[in-house]
Design a protein. Structure first.
Ligand code: ADP
Ligand code: MG
Length: 710
């Protein structure tokens, strides 16, 4: 019977879970950063002058002195060898969404011996044969090479496997003509753009030139399911999500999983993940159960944006690999289970000017003025470019999540919380308002009422929420690289900062505060339509949002189109973040990926329906029909009526299944909408069948098994 494998899987998990009481070796804080060529390692292995030059590049963004590359490479190699590495790779982030590596050993044959060597050139530049990475036409075949270039601001690290280790050098990935083929290059450019704009804006407040640091703390959600079940689900194997599966009676409605005690087996896994991450100098901090059964979250302490993005790529990799070692599979898909919460990646973002967090309301009037100016600029940026933020979080997986009942809606709006909204109101109404707490708020003169952090953080339905000293962009999907959303955010805020700086720099010194007040009033009036503190899940909100003129792109296809709009291309060109061809190529790559994934889902669904579901259901039908016949042959009347009723009902679903299969087969060569609709139709029938076909015949592990047996 087809479910034997399923029952075996359940048995195996039961045996496994009864045997995981032994804790993995606990993480010691001493291991933190031991596999990173960090400040301490550089100091130890580099000559003093070289060390200082390299630090200047890392800390202050000074141009890298090519002269020192040889010494840095040598020191890196010595350090890596002392940590057990024998190979190195340039580690980069092509547009596939994951990371890429091409390993070379340090080996250099020397007569009948060999030595280990690593040159400055090997460090600075790599030439992977890159013709198979998506480039959206940026690399015609005659210039198929891509170049990887060392990013000294993200430290090299060591990746370990069973019997060896590899030195990984974070790099940017470009074409022969200098076009970005990756996610890191535009990110670095956008950080530079925002940094410049922040400096221009802060100069208006008379602040001296300081280092600008964009910060990111990404909260990573994921599911864990037992590998035994995973291997019996071709849909999970091939698409990362279940294309079929009826929601079980109990799933998340009791909310008994959220923040609940973590199962020992999972805790062991989490401990191991932390150990691996700490070795890599990744400050994993928070771990807990999420809302859905078998769903969890990991949050690190925030870091500088470029580093945080690299680290999040490693977090996802470590989660996946460690899961394998513990007999799990880590699902990073945005919506692996229909009807059950999906997974996102909350993007906590802020900007520091020197030591000052520009999104910290501060305690004196001058700090408040800077905070409110920054805030108003961000309000303007998000209102002007909500569509770009939406475009940054597109993808087949996230399409299923956004707008579902637990994730932010596809309409981008901004949540400020009651207190801050009141401040903004007062600011807008200026002299005419009566403040709750007396008088009119005057910029640069009054202090803000204290904004308690907790009170700002409780609206979970907003896609873009102010949470005390940072903005939390909640629309990004769990599997997505952090780069895309932050490239957008940095660029649109850079533009808004520049507009603000241009206006402010014209104010006479004596009237600065009064004029600033007036200008912020104007900005608020113009852009407050983006602010929404209510329930983002409420259907009325979608209507109201439409009334306010906020864009609502429900699908990837609609959302991506804004990348090709002339004004957007001009914006990214102005800030040197994307060239026109780079924007066009991204549009092409993302569209193509979307189409391919939709088609794969269609093909997998059809195959499962034909080769697993139909046979199981028709075998049951046959058995029923045979029983009816045999009962008749021996003149038994009782039971036949109910058998007939079941056979008829099952027969009707079998016909429906055959019809839906045919519809999907017809849709496959057509457009993505047709395929998506056909897969959804087929799913309804299959999920209905799951409730009718005997458990002992059902071939696919059920939701209740995947979500509760681990
Ligand atoms: P939550 O209630 O959403 O769990 P937390 O306070 O735990 O909020 O923060 C979530 C994430 O935000 C963490 O990764 C944290 O390090 C990060 N974070 C905190 N302050 C900042 C900041 N100034 N810039 C960027 N991220 C930050
Ligand atoms: Mg959060």
């Amino acid at each position: 019977m087809s479910s034997e494998k399923r029952y075996d899987a359940i048995k195996s998990v039961a045996e496994l879970t009864s045997d995981v009481r032994v804790a993995a070796s606990p993480a010691s804080i001493d291991i933190y950063g031991e596999d990173v060529f960090n400040f301490a390692a550089m100091q130890k292995h580099l000559p003093k002058a070289t060390f200082e030059k390299l630090q200047a590049t890392i800390e202050r963004g000074a141009a890298l002195d090519p002269e020192i590359a040889g010494e840095v490479a040598h020191a890196m190699k010595e350090w890596a060898i002392s940590r057990g590495a024998t190979s190195y790779t340039h580690w980069f982030q092509p547009l596939t969404g994951s990371t890429a590596e091409k390993h070379d050993s340090f080996l250099e044959p020397d007569g009948c011996h060999a030595i280990l060597s690593f040159s400055g050139k090997n460090l600075i530049l790599g030439e992977p044969d890159a013709s198979s990475f998506p480039s959206g036409g940026l690399r015609s075949t005659f210039e198929a090479r891509g170049y990887t270039a060392w990013d000294p601001t993200s430290p090299a690290f060591i990746k370990r496997h069973g019997n060896g280790a590899t030195l990984c050098i974070p790099t940017a990935f470009c074409s022969y003509t200098g076009e970005a083929l990756d996610r890191k290059t535009p990110l670095l450019r956008s950080i530079q753009a925002l940094s410049g704009a922040a400096k221009r804006l802060m100069a208006c407040f008379g602040l001296p030139d300081e280092k600008v640091t964009v910060t990111l703390g990404p909260e990573q959600e994921y599911f864990l399911i037992d590998k035994h079940f995973y291997l019996l689900r071709p849909d999970l194997l091939q698409t990362g999500r279940t294309l079929f599966g009826a929601p079980p009676a109990k799933h998340q409605q009791l909310e008994d999983h959220y923040f609940g005690a973590i199962k020992t087996r999972v805790l062991n896994f989490m401990n191991e993940v932390e150990r691996e991450l700490w070795k890599l100098g990744i400050p994993a901090k928070t771990r807990h159960n999420e809302v859905a059964p078998a769903q969890f979250e990991l949050a690190p302490v925030f870091e500088e944006l470029n580093l945080a993005c690299d680290h999040n790529m490693l977090v996802m990799e470590v989660l996946r690999q460690t899961a394998e070692r513990y007999g799990f599979v880590c699902l990073m898909h945005e919506k692996p289970f229909a009807g059950i919460n999906g997974s996102g990646k909350h993007n906590n973002w802020s900007i520091n000017y020197g030591d000052r967090n520009l999104l910290n309301p501060g305690s004196d009037p001058d700090e408040n003025a800077i905070f409110l100016t920054t805030l108003c600029a961000i309000i303007e940026a998000v209102d002007r470019h909500a569509d770009l933020l939406r475009a940054a979080v597109t993808g087949v997986g996230n399409d299923h999540r956004l707008g579902a009942n637990e994730a932010p809606p596809a309409v981008i709006s901004m949540y400020l919380g009651d207190q801050l909204s009141e401040v903004i109101d007062q600011l807008e109404k200026g002299g005419h308002s009566s403040r709750k707490h007396g008088g009119t708020l005057r910029i640069g003169v009054d202090t803000l009422p204290p904004l308690p952090r907790d009170a700002t953080d409780r609206n979970r339905t907003s896609p873009f929420a102010f949470t005390g000293n940072k903005f939390e962009f909640r629309a990004p999907g769990s599997s997505q690289s952090c780069s895309g959303p932050n490239v957008m955010l940095n660029t649109i805020v850079a533009e808004a900062f520049d507009r603000m700086a241009e206006t402010l720099s014209a104010f006479p010194k004596k009237e600065f505060n009064a004029q600033l007040q007036k200008h912020l009033q104007k900005v608020i009036k113009e852009h407050k339509k983006i602010i929404f503190n209510g329930d983002g899940y409420a259907p009325e909100w979608l209507k109201e949002a439409a009334g306010r003129g906020l864009p609502n792109f429900r699908t990837t296809m609609d959302a991506l189109k804004v990348l090709t709009r002339e004004d957007n291309i001009a914006l990214f060109e102005k800030y040197g973040v994307f060239r026109r061809r780079e924007m066009e190529s991204r549009y092409e790559v993302f569209m193509e990926e979307y189409h391919r994934r939709v088609r794969i889902e269609g093909e997998v669904a059809l195959e499962i329906a034909r080769t697993m579901i139909y046979p199981a259901a028709s075998a049951e039908f046959e058995a029923l029909v045979r029983a009816i016949g045999e009962a008749g042959a021996v003149n038994i009347a009782s039971g036949v009526k109910s058998l007939k009723k079941r056979a008829a009902a099952l027969g009707a679903e079998l016909d429906a299944l055959a019809r839906d299969e045919e519809a999907l087969a017809q849709a496959l060569p057509k457009k993505h909408e047709n395929i998506l609709a056909a897969v959804a139709g087929l799913r309804e029938t299959v999920d209905e069948l799951e409730k009718m076909v005997p458990d002992s015949r059902w071939p696919l592990p059920k939701y209740r098994e995947m979500l509760f047996v681990y």
